[in-house]
Design a protein around this ligand. Structure first.
Ligand code: ZN
Length: 204
């Protein structure tokens, strides 16, 4: 099942996690998970630069520690770094302590207090410990850019029909997502500017 927009009851049930941002303007929050990827992330940065977009990059510590140059580019361009754990582990299968340690390992490398659990998988009893060290950042809209059976125009439409001020949108700066992302990202950035939306980073 594709769950594009997170339902309101879920956001209310887990109100201690960030599902959308409070805004007074037409601002949305682009996020990129699972990078940095040398073949993809620099091109994402180039698109963002071209359209004056801002974004938050939820990097895994394991990839980030090998890509210091890309991390610097992300910061230099005014974007934000987020932590996606050291390994991309499934929180549903982890003990609370192990989930915390994987988060902390990623935090030491990315230097970020914004944590997005891989797959968004997190038990409420793990979250108590994690929240002592990080803000838990989930999302409003999942792009499914990694799903190669989804046509890019469909992917774009799924996003634009659900977008609201404060929406947090998930993309992936990975080679798997790039065939779709490379088409959808510039089109979305154009759509946003036509519809008088701006983009911003999630504050740390
Ligand atoms: Zn991920």
């Amino acid at each position: 099942m594709m769950l594009i927009a997170i339902p309101g009851w879920l956001k209310k049930l887990f109100a201690g996690w960030i599902w959308q941002m409070p805004v007074t303007k037409n601002t949305v929050f682009l996020t990129f998970d699972d990078g940095p990827t040398p073949e993809v992330t620099p091109m994402v940065l180039a698109f963002l630069y071209k359209y004056q977009g801002k974004a938050t990059f939820f990097c895994t510590g394991k990839k980030a520690e090998k890509q210091a140059g890309i991390l610097q580019e992300i910061i230099k361009n005014g974007h934000q770094l987020g932590n996606h754990g050291y390994h991309h582990l499934d929180g549903f299968n982890l003990k609370a302590r192990k989930h915390f340690e994987n988060m902390m390992h990623g935090k030491r490398i990315t230097g970020s207090s914004l944590y997005r659990p891989p797959y968004g998988h997190l038990w409420p009893w793990q979250s108590t410990l994690l929240k002592k060290e990080s803000k838990i950042v989930m999302w409003t809209i999942m792009s499914y850019d990694f799903d190669n059976t989804l046509a890019p125009d469909e992917c774009l439409h799924n996003i634009t029909q659900h977008i609201k001020p404060g929406s947090i949108i998930v993309f992936h700066d990975t080679e798997k997502a790039w065939p779709t992302l490379s088409i959808v990202l510039p089109k979305l950035l154009e759509w946003l500017s036509l519809n008088e939306y701006c983009t911003d980073i999630i504050p740390g």
